[in-house]
Design a protein around this ligand. Structure first.
Ligand code: ADP
Length: 296
């Protein structure tokens, strides 16, 4: 499936081939626009660095939205650490094409999922595609996947604020907004400032900041301890003038659920973390569906 736009293809190409490729590109752009027109809200989930829980938030946001009766798609565009299939126990899935469109994997009653991992032969295979090839795959993921009509497309971006997340956002220029995931440590809070500025430069409204791994919930006594200082995400959000959506504690039960392919928004909905998260999802829906896009 990945195969178009390799840089070597452009060298000394006959005019016919060039024209054919231009037509193919224009056709893909048309399909891309058409596909995006069937998606009401695109929400991108970003973080300054890896390991802060971005994919966990993206997967659980998509599951929660679909539990709330919305038609949802989840696009895992994290080329170098695609972990959405594991979180949703879709590890064995492969991208299948019927010649006209690519069929997404389905989680639960109808959450459509597409991941870079579905193109790899094994879970341990490293993605060593060059930039233009990645871009081609991404465009295919939006334009050619049979998403159908969606209320939400949740996009798990690659970490950081470099070329890769930028490319993904450029494929979806009319996204509804971004959710920035951070941990309480100062280092990642510094990164979060970059994420907010990244959104601003792309004119992407910030739907809010989520502070993940905020305080530790003891699996024995259930008490909460602030290992790292907590509350920094909220202060940072206030300082930067963006909404603070809430915090999720560091909870071994939550990690175990994700490792077992049981998203906590569904399987631990009754816990402190589950309830807090579902409240955040309500706020995201309120902002998105009321078209409040002034949260720059
Ligand atoms: P990222 O996408 O930012 O690289 P992940 O979502 O893959 O991060 O999360 C990294 C690891 O941390 C995973 O093993 C995940 O289960 C775990 N994790 C994420 N959030 C929490 C949390 N609040 N409590 C416990 N473990 C968590």
């Amino acid at each position: 499936m990945p195969g178009s736009n390799s840089p070597s293809e452009t060298a000394a190409e006959p005019p016919d081939a060039q024209q054919a490729r231009t037509r193919e590109r224009e056709e893909q752009e048309r399909r891309l626009r058409q596909r995006m027109a069937g998606i009401k809200h695109t929400v991108v989930v970003l973080s300054g660095k890896g390991g802060v829980g971005k994919s966990t938030v993206a997967a659980n946001l998509a599951v929660a939205l679909s539990m709330k009766g919305r038609k949802v798609g989840l696009l895992d565009s994290d080329f170098h650490g695609p972990s959405i299939p594991r979180i949703l126990r879709l590890d064995g899935s492969r991208a299948l094409s019927d010649g006209t469109s690519i069929q997404p994997a389905v989680y639960g009653a109808g959450l459509k999922v597409m991941s870079v991992a579905f193109l790899l032969r094994t879970a341990d295979e490293a993605v060593i595609w060059r930039g233009p090839l990645k871009m081609g795959v991404l465009k295919q993921f939006v334009a050619d996947v049979d998403w159908g009509e969606l209320d939400y497309l949740v996009v798990d971006l690659p970490p950081g604020t470099g070329d890769e997340p930028l490319s993904v956002c450029q494929v979806m220029p009319n996204a509804t907004g971004g959710i920035v995931v951070t941990t309480p440590q100062e280092l990642s809070l510094g990164d979060v400032r970059k994420c907010i500025n990244f959104c601003r430069q792309l004119q992407l409204p910030v739907l809010g900041v989520i502070e993940n791994m905020s305080g530790f919930i003891c699996p024995h006594c259930g008490r909460r301890t602030d290992i790292f200082s907590s509350g920094g995400g909220e202060k940072m959000a206030a300082r930067m003038g963006v909404p603070f959506l809430g915090s999720i504690p560091l909870d071994p039960a939550l990690m175990q659920a994700c490792e077992q392919g049981e998203p906590f928004a569904q399987h631990l909905a009754h816990t402190e973390a589950g309830k807090a998260f579902l409240g955040m999802v309500d706020r995201v829906m309120e902002t998105s569906e009321n078209e409040i896009t002034s949260a720059f």
